[in-house]
Design a protein around this ligand. Structure first.
Ligand code: 26Q
Length: 852
């Protein structure tokens, strides 16, 4: 049964036969004018700048919607299998520039706007970032959607429409200050609300068993407090192929707007209380890229996402095929982006059994052959666990199902390893501590037909470490899918100068087949080509310096741009970077500056608001920067800059201008990293440990074009037992001097009230950085910062030496870009599709007159 399009019901089917919208500059210009002047009713005053962007977005959106419909029809009519990507985060960034690139509208739009004296690039920057994610995991989801659309795969993204995304970071007296990100304030032209597809989500209540009249017991989840989920759809255009896929984001809405009784009794606040409570669910993104254990609202968010999404999929199924699920598993897959949407497992079981009357075995067969799980972490403390009690009171039916899954699973374990009760305890979904907890990763592994890590080392360490028992039980489930980034946003869009040089040199095929970048390798030996490559890097640096100048920072474009941008986390070791900066400063002060290479060190990233150590690291970076940048002895030799509010749009300016990419996590801690790939693609050279995808980057580009340092993951494990940072410091004069500068309060001197130049530095408050000093000197420092200092400093020496020879450096830079082909999400997604999803490519129906 296929639903009749509403157009037909209303006799409007001819509407779909309208000629395609023009994509020439005249059509675009006239639509733009109509949107700006009539639809938005604006006149072009300075205060109305935002509407210049908004009208442009609407003009482009019309062209997206045509292709969107053509894509949906193609998917619906073919009855193709589909994947549903379930993710709590999508870090989309800006949409306009990306849509203009992917629809190939850039030139005509620029020409259309020129007629009104407007510049396309300027209007694109008026768009706020959609910051619905923390970092790597959320951006990966966004890159995946771009590649799925480009590969014409029927993949729909499901997520939450947070009212407030990732907080805005400002810096006050060196400290991070968080401000709410009210990204929807001025409206979002990219979303289409679809209340007709709303779903009802249950919370609380209890379960009861009822006889269905034919002798069968049915389970009902009753006395619940329900919330509505209303979908907002965002178009995801493929690269110049007519496909537009869907990202469906759910917003929470109260079922009863307010309690009329209370309202009439004059209790207005009480009357709207329920509305507030319900709508809180999608109010804010949790700004934590590790864990927020035990926060009930977070659990509500997770269940809200999966219940709404699964009901949406099942309703559509029943609508099209009736209540017959025999082919459901053939036609559907659910990819879990980390454990955050793991409740999809018991929820799918619940819907199939309690709503559609399937037996446990039937429901389990469907669930365990449709769900696949991607893990993104190696930190044991970051594995999600939820208190049994909390799940029991918030989602009682879900808890029952989790227990039943566990009972049946443990019986299988007992059968395979009789009498091994230790193993049963180890593998149980329920951790039987004083406060019982549900181990979400175990639940995800048990119910999934595929479990993947995000880089080769990461997957190997999962199999041998965290999930060893499970990989022994089901070796075939485990597989690796090395991450990537989309070359559309991360090269074509963000680095137009380089993109154009590449296209002139090897043709434009690289945009959808990044392995073609290999053809650049031979040009590394071409002096003229190298000069052009260098000029582009210089021009990009100028652009970044223009941003810095707003913050009162100046540097030369010939200095080495040494960049570390990512979330602030101890395992990512921004502190190691700081120690090196202090060491360089110390060398300058000492006059050890023969063959000096001027550096501009850029660090950026947000700290989780509750992560005190990360926030203190930001303060330290800022204090070190202030001291160094104001010291007349330093001058241009060294500049240090903490870039506030790092995010997707900032990275689009940063990665094209970086020379050196800092990927310096403790080996065995960073699952993959993806910033490393963006830098490489744009010709930066990596200084890095053998961690995450760095290993594969080095393999691709070969050792002589990569600055390797540090302990390996294995050595980190072995060294732990006898790690003695204080002995290392005592045995390394440079490090001693660095620690002395830190410990003497040299970087505390700008603390208000703590330093009086007349009274000397005695009153300097040296205590503020004590937690950092203590962690560095602690033999149990899990990140072993001191262990890698010497090797890092030596690698940085090799960096400076290489940079002094600009011809050599440029050669290395070209070879990095040339070797970055593997790190396109097109390759990653093809692997997901071949090994996990097995979807057919489905071309969109062409819209009349649209050039494909
Ligand atoms: C969990 C529970 C409660 C609250 C928050 C969370 C939470 C939220 C976000 C836990 C983790 C995250 C994000 C993790 C993340 O971004 N991981 C990164 O994923 C990238 C893509 O695979 C990898 O490249 C990085 O190595 C990994 O750190």
């Amino acid at each position: 049964m296929v639903a009749e399009p509403i157009d037909n019901i209303m006799g409007l089917s001819k509407l779909t036969k309208l000629p395609a919208l023009g994509i020439d500059k005249e059509s675009l210009a006239s639509d733009y004018k109509r949107y700006f002047s009539y639809f938005l009713g604006r006149e072009g005053r300075e205060s109305e700048k935002h509407y210049l962007y908004f009208a442009l977005a609407l003009t482009i959106r019309d062209r997206l919607i045509e292709r969107w419909k053509g894509t949906k029809r193609a998917y619906d009519e073919s009855g193709c299998p589909r994947s549903h990507y379930l993710s709590m985060e999508y870090l989309l960034g800006r949409c306009l520039g990306n849509a203009a690139l992917n629809l190939n509208l850039e030139n005509e739009l620029a020409a259309a706007l020129q007629a009104y004296g407007l510049k396309l690039e300027e209007l694109t920057t008026l768009e706020p970032d959609a910051g619905l994610g923390n970092g790597g995991l959320g951006r990966l989801a966004a890159c995946f959607l771009d590649s799925c659309a480009t590969l014409q795969l029927p993949v729909i993204g499901y997520g939450l429409r947070y009212e407030y995304g990732m907080f805005r970071q400002t810096i006050n007296n060196g400290y991070q200050v968080e401000e709410p990100d009210n990204w929807l304030r001025e409206g979002n032209p990219w979303e289409i609300k679809r209340p007709e597809y709303k779903q009802r989500i249950k919370f609380g209540g209890r379960t009861e068993y009822v006889d269905d009249g034919s002798g069968n017991w049915r389970i009902r989840w009753v006395d619940t407090k329900d919330v509505l989920a209303v979908p907002y759809d965002i178009p995801i255009p493929g690269y110049r192929n007519g496909t537009v896929n869907t990202l469906r984001l759910w917003k929470a809405k109260a079922i009863h707007v307010f309690d009329l009784g209370k309202f009439n009794a004059g209790e207005y606040p009480e009357a709207v209380a329920e509305e507030n409570a319900a709508e809180n669910i999608t109010m804010v993104l949790y700004p934590n890229d590790a864990t927020e254990h035990g926060k009930e609202t977070r659990l509500r968010q997770q269940y809200f996402l999966v219940s709404a999404s699964l009901q949406d999929v099942l309703h559509d199924w029943v609508h099209r095929y009736g209540e017959n699920f025999t082919k459901f598993a053939e036609k559907n897959r659910f990819q879990l982006n980390d454990t955050h949407p793991t409740c999809a497992i018991p929820e799918l079981m619940r819907l199939l059994m309690d709503v559609y009357n399937l037996k446990w075995e039937e429901a389990w067969k469907i669930t365990s052959s449709t769900v696949a799980y991607t893990n993104h972490t190696l930190l044991p403390e970051a594995l999600e666990r939820w208190p049994v009690n909390m799940i029991g009171s918030l989602l009682p039916r879900i808890l029952e199902i989790i227990y039943e899954i566990n009972t049946r699973f443990l019986a299988e374990v007992a059968q395979r390893w009789p009498h091994d009760t230790d193993r049963q305890i180890r593998m149980s979904i329920i951790q039987e501590d004083e406060i019982k907890q549900v181990r979400m990763a175990y639940l995800a592994i048990i119910a999934s037909f595929s479990v993947n890590g995000v880089a080769a080392l990461h997957t190997r360490l999962l199999e041998q470490g965290l999930f060893r028992d499970f990989s022994e039980f089901w070796p075939h489930k485990f597989n690796n899918k090395t991450n990537g980034v989309t070359p559309r946003r991360w090269l074509a869009k963000c680095n137009p100068r380089l993109a154009s040089l590449i296209t002139t040199t090897i043709g434009e095929g690289w945009v959808t087949d990044l392995s073609q970048l290999r053809r650049l390798a031979s040009y590394a030996d071409d002096k003229k080509f190298r000069a052009r490559w260098r000029d582009i890097k210089q021009a990009n640096k100028k652009q970044l310096l223009a941003v810095f100048s707003h913050h009162g920072i100046q540097a030369g474009t010939d200095s080495l741009f040494d960049v570390q941008v990512k979330r602030i986390h101890e395992y990512k070791r921004q502190l190691l970077n700081v120690l090196h900066i202090i060491h360089l400063y110390d060398r300058i002060i000492r006059g050890d500056i023969a063959n000096w290479v001027p550096r501009c060190v850029v660090i950026g990233g947000k700290a989780a608001p509750g992560y005190q150590m990360a926030k203190l690291i930001i303060k330290l970076i800022n204090n070190v920067a202030t001291v160094i940048n104001h010291d007349p002895k330093v001058g241009d030799a060294l500049k240090v800059f903490f870039l506030p509010n790092y995010g997707v749009s900032a990275m689009e300016i940063i990665c094209p201008s970086a020379d050196l990419s800092e990927q310096i996590s403790t080996a065995g801690k960073e699952a993959s990293g993806t910033g490393n790939m963006k830098f490489m693609m744009n010709g930066a050279i990596t200084i890095g440990t053998l961690d995450g995808a760095n290993i594969e980057i080095r393999e691709e580009v070969s050792d002589e074009n990569f600055f390797l340092f540090g302990l390996t993951a294995k050595e980190v494990q072995e060294t732990r037992h006898h790690y003695d940072p204080n002995a290392i410091i005592a045995g390394d004069e440079d490090l001693q001097r660095v620690m002395h500068l830190l410990e003497s309060g040299h970087f505390n001197q700008f603390q208000p009230g703590a330093f009086n130049p007349v009274l000397d530095s005695i009153r300097v408050d040296s205590r503020i950085f004590n937690p950092i000093i203590d962690s560095l000197r602690n033999p149990r420092d899990p990140w072993m910062v001191i262990a890698d200092f010497r090797s890092y400093v030596n690698a940085q020496r090799r960096v400076a030496e290489a940079y002094r020879d600009q011809e050599r450096w440029t050669r290395m830079s070209i070879l990095n870009t040339a070797a970055s082909g593997k790190f396109s999400t097109d390759r990653t997604i093809k692997e997901y599709n071949t090994d996990i999803w097995r979807l057919d490519q489905v071309p969109a129906y062409s819209t009349e007159g649209i050039s494909m």
